[in-house]
Write a protein that binds this ligand. Structure first.
Ligand code: SF4
Ligand code: SF4
Length: 520
């Protein structure tokens, strides 16, 4: 667009200045923009609006290796999301049999053979850190592959774009229908399409709540109207957000709302793999006819716009790397097809690093792909990611399924019995993290002559060691009474909890025995 066409653009000394919010996705490719300096005279043609009007993206259907890879990724990610809550995992009669479950009521997170308790939240934190570093690793190795193929916003937008195509036809038909007046035919089509939108949103929200309760039971309760109100509210919210973000906002989320493209932009450098238009090969653009008439005057780009028309975010990759490019590579499929048709080499648009582009432009051979992917930063991320993963696996493999916490009664700190013995009272919390009941012993250590009994074991049976049964997958609270001979002084001692099974796990809870008189 020239300055005559755009009143908000000022051409001054051959440099374009603008007060428009210049996103890289809308910037004039040839224009260098610079700030309006304070000493310069005020502009008279100030912009009337702060935001550019959105042009809805009607991307064209395309087939090719990257499109097929996108189909595969869509199938894998959606299958994982919708099917996972229905996978069963036998944990015995005392634990739920859902493979992945966030059990908020009992404060547990189940993931196949792993059960995370609230006091082990560091595992979840570790997994989140691994996910974050995993994203850095992927970005460092293959650029914005996450955005292009696996991000939920990308996947759901793709689904909605295919729904559009199913009801309204491909790009040109959709554009025509959009511009057409509201007839009954258009109303019926729109109603049918938006009903499918709502169904997709509903299934998305419906699948989400199944991660928080037993899926088959919840489905029954949901349709009978007996599920908790929060289930209906969550489904309603997710239906609305899925339809709004994936069905209507689409690429606007990637370009304006999501922080990840900004973070990634800071992480990319000349060694990062990105989708690139090889301008040294493509420019100046000219049709096949023109190139035939004036051989050697034009590059390989025939300005057919196919790469722009298939782009799900509606950008022109020929303007250079930009935040709106999610590196889905559909433009590569489109351009390769054009190059095939006109008999020119493929790869005018390609995955490449800026460094390789420079080499290629200088006539040197591109580096092998493994060298592009395996650079020091990628290796560093990979090592960090592996170390955290191995650390978590080690902690998981060696963690004890038995835990003991001790709280002493403060008031009174001790009681004198009629025979002069001294009694202290404690609240013990015994945690059994196995999904079966277990017998455990509670023993006193470091308290000479001390005996104990509990609310369920009478004083007559008091002994230095008692056996209690701890329910499966539960924390059992035990009131423990510890008695020591009259001459005992205040001292530190310990409760030792030991499981009476082949594992023989134990935990030690430190405590203090209070008694009259000063410490020796
Ligand atoms: S598809 Fe290829 S040839 Fe066509 S405009 Fe895009 S870059 Fe040029
Ligand atoms: S420019 Fe190409 S790679 Fe980038 S979003 Fe558009 S189609 Fe995908």
């Amino acid at each position: 667009m020239s300055s005559e066409e755009d009143p908000t653009l000022v051409i001054d000394d051959g440099i374009a200045k603008t007060n428009e919010p210049v996103s890289s996705s809308v910037a004039e490719p040839a224009a260098a923009t610079r700030r309006h300096e304070p000493h310069e005279p005020a502009r008279t043609n100030l912009p009337q609006r702060l935001y550019e009007k959105r042009e809805f993206v009607h991307n064209k259907r395309i087939d090719g290796p990257f499109r097929r890879f996108k189909w595969a990724m869509m199938a894998i990610t959606l299958t994982i999301y919708y099917v996972t809550p229905w996978i069963r995992w036998d944990r015995g009669p005392y634990a739920p049999d859902q493979a992945v479950l966030v059990d908020l009521a009992n404060r547990r997170f189940y993931m196949f053979g792993i059960e995370i308790w609230p006091h082990e939240f560091y595992f979840v934190a570790g997994l989140l850190i691994m996910a974050g570093i995993g994203l850095f690793l992927v970005t460092s190795a293959v650029g914005r592959a996450w955005c292009g193929y696996a991000c939920p916003q990308t996947v759901w937008t793709d689904v909605f774009q295919h729904v559009d195509r199913f009801f309204d036809g491909d790009r040109n038909a959709r554009k025509r229908l959009d511009a057409a007046p509201w007839t009954w035919g258009k109303v019926v089509r729109r109603a049918a399409k938006w009903t499918v939108y709502l169904l997709i949103g509903f299934w998305t929200g419906g699948a989400w709540i199944m991660y928080f309760a037993d899926a088959p039971t919840l489905v029954e309760e949901f349709w009978r109207g007996e599920a908790a109100p929060v289930a209906y509210i969550t489904v309603a919210i997710l239906t609305i957000t899925t339809v709004t973000l994936g069905g209507f906002m689409r690429e606007q989320v990637c370009i304006y709302m999501c922080p990840w493209p900004r973070i990634q932009t800071a992480m990319l450098d000349e060694k990062s793999l990105i989708v690139t238009y090889k301008d040294w090969r493509g420019e100046p653009r000219g049709s096949v006819k023109k190139a035939r008439r004036q051989p050697g005057q034009f590059g390989d780009c025939i300005d057919c716009q196919q790469c722009v028309q298939v782009c799900p975010t509606g950008i022109d990759i020929r303007e250079g790397p930009q935040v709106g490019c999610i590196t889905c590579a559909l433009c590569i499929d489109a351009c390769d097809r054009v190059m095939n048709d006109i008999g020119r080499p493929r790869g005018l648009i390609d995955y490449a690093t800026l460094e390789d582009c420079e080499r290629e432009a200088a006539g040197e051979a591109p580096r092998p792909i493994w060298k592009t992917i395996l650079h020091p930063r990628t290796v560093a991320y990979f090592l960090i990611w592996c170390s955290i993963g191995l650390g978590l696996l080690f902690a998981l493999g060696t963690r004890s399924h038995t835990d003991l916490t001790v709280a002493a009664d403060r008031n009174p700190p001790f009681m004198l019995m009629s025979d002069g013995s001294i009694r202290n009272s404690y609240t013990l919390r015994l945690r059994n993290m196995e999904s079966r009941p277990r017998d455990m012993t509670i023993a006193l250590e470091g308290l000479t002559g001390g005996v104990l009994w509990t609310d369920t074991i009478s004083k007559e049976q008091a002994a230095p060691k008692q056996t209690v049964r701890v329910a499966a997958d539960q924390v059992t609270t035990v009131r423990a009474y510890v008695m020591a001979p009259p001459s005992t002084r205040a001292t530190d001692f310990a409760f030792r909890l030991t499981s009476l099974d082949e594992q023989g796990e134990f935990d030690i809870g430190q405590a203090r025995f209070e008694a009259p008189g000063e410490n020796p």
